[in-house]
Design a protein around this ligand. Structure first.
Ligand code: SAM
Ligand code: SF4
Length: 460
């Protein structure tokens, strides 16, 4: 099988010859990581082999340092919107796979998409991730374009969706051009596994079975003008150390070819899915301990790349993950088409976190994190390489923290219970001191007052 720029032999030779770093090597690598310029492939590989408690504690402390320096205590929130669970693929881990007759199939009409969007907007969401199976054949692109238009067109009193990201099957360049023209934000596609043979076994039939076409989707997306792309691995299919190193090769390939790597990395672990035996017994299940290590190593290796955790994980793991490097989470999610209007069967996988948006927000705030609904960068054209320039230490705090405050304030004014509002406003006040620049602090205080008085959508 042609595995393109994923150099399997190089990864295996690393893994075969590598040994865990001793205390002084660990200290050297972590000292470099604390400069926030990223790590090279060999250094990341060494960190992945750490297995003693003391070195792990140092790794986690360095990850916490990087997370706090670059992102502060800010967490971006979004909701997935599943529009179709029809699929022509046979991904062995997924409930949507073609031959699974244990779920009810459904593709939402535009009116249903509108209704789902209204329900998300009414909860206070501003960012949606549009998700679907690969079952609509040639109609898929037109349907997705229409769905994006429908979502953006929903206006509900005080709210609307301001950024639609999308997670759909690999497409040709021209299709990405059309998605870009439809104002799509990030294009996400997970490689699931970078290991060629495993990929072949996991995807026995359907268009997704083509490893190389799937792998090169991000190249085509960037050629089509989409600056923000999101990669991911479905952890549990193959050795996590191989997967992380291969994903780093993928990111380096994008950097070398387009001058910018990926905007986000998603870190799903396999969850039980109806009609999938494999999902109940993942062949390389990743333990909680290894999962923490993966998050920390990635945070230090690509410090300016957003990292996403979904409701697949339970509340405890999500909380731990925030301090290790996660910067975006989904909240109040349903993974069946129409799930916000009527939860029924047809879920993609079972969720580890069943709380609604407000409950998630209360929890986040209780742990001193500020939820952000900001969509400013994308709307000001700060995407791709421009975003990466912004994302240097200090600058995220200068722009993103004030924008988190104003977007959260909007949530508090229009959607929160009085208890959440009180706690949220106290948090905003405490965090004001974290904005490094006096003038920006002043503007932010003014903007918060304007939102209190009814203004919307203020960002720097
Ligand atoms: N159909 C498109 C595709 O496969 O790329 C996009 C939508 S698919 C529903 C989104 C992601 O769900 C997949 O990329 C896969 O990583 C994830 N997924 C599938 N089955 C899962 C399971 N049992 N547990 C956790 N995540 C799963
Ligand atoms: Fe279809 Fe995507 Fe599920 Fe595979 S992961 S069966 S392509 S929805």
């Amino acid at each position: 099988m042609d595995t393109g720029f994923i150099d399997h032999a190089k990864i295996f030779s690393f893994l075969e010859s590598a040994r865990p770093p001793d205390a002084s090597e660990t200290a050297d690598i972590l000292a470099k990581a604390r400069q926030l310029k990223g790590l090279d492939y060999a250094e990341a590989a060494r960190l992945l082999l750490i297995d003693d408690g003391e070195s792990l504690a140092e790794l986690f402390a360095a990850a916490l340092f990087a997370k706090s320096e670059i992102y502060g205590k800010r967490l971006v929130l979004f909701a997935p919107l599943y529009v179709s669970n029809m699929c022509n693929n046979e991904c062995l881990y997924c409930a949507f796979r073609k031959s699974n007759d244990r779920i009810t199939r459904r593709t939402l009409g535009q009116e249903e998409i509108r209704r789902e969007t209204e329900l998300l907007v009414d909860q206070g969401h501003k960012r949606v991730l549009l998700v679907s199976g690969e079952g609509l054949g040639e109609a898929a692109l037109g349907y997705s374009l229409k769905a994006i238009e429908t979502i953006y067109s929903v206006k509900r009193g005080d709210g609307e969706i301001r950024r639609v990201n999308i997670n759909i099957a690999a497409l040709p360049v021209d299709a990405y051009r059309q998605l870009k023209a439809a104002r799509v934000g990030t294009y996400q596609l997970f490689q699931e596994t970078y290991h060629g043979d495993t990929f072949g076994r996991m995807h026995p039939s359907g268009p997704k079975a083509d490893y190389l076409y799937h792998l090169t989707a991000m190249d085509r997306a960037m050629q089509g003008g989409i600056d923000d792309v999101g990669v991911g691995v479905l952890f549990g299919l193959y050795d996590y150390r191989f997967e992380v190193l291969a994903m780093l090769q993928h990111i380096r390939h994008l950097e070398e070819t387009f001058g910018v790597g990926c905007h986000t990395i998603s870190l799903p672990r396999i969850e039980p899915a109806t009609g999938s035996d494999l999902s109940l017994h993942p062949p390389h299940a990743v333990s909680d301990a290894d999962f923490r290590k993966i998050i920390a190593v990635l945070r230090l290796t690509v410090p300016y790349t957003g990292m996403i955790l979904s409701t697949r994980e339970n509340a405890d793991m999500r909380r731990e993950a925030f301090s290790l490097g996660i910067s975006q989470i989904s909240a109040g999610s349903r993974t069946n088409p129409g799930g916000y209007s009527s939860p029924d069967s047809g879920e993609q996988f079972s969720l580890g976190d069943h709380r609604n948006l407000e409950e998630v927000i209360q929890d986040i705030v209780g742990h001193g994190y500020i939820p952000s609904f900001c969509t400013g960068c994308y709307r000001l054209g700060r995407t791709g390489a421009d975003f990466m320039d912004l994302a240097k230490p200090g600058l995220i705090k200068l722009y993103c923290l004030p924008n988190a405050m104003t977007s959260f304030k909007e949530y508090l004014v229009h959607y929160a219970s009085s208890r959440t509002r009180q706690e949220g406003e106290a948090l905003i006040e405490r965090m004001m001191a974290d904005i490094p620049d006096a003038q920006v602090r002043e503007t932010t205080v003014k903007n918060l007052g304007r939102i209190e008085a009814g203004a919307k959508d203020l960002y720097l």
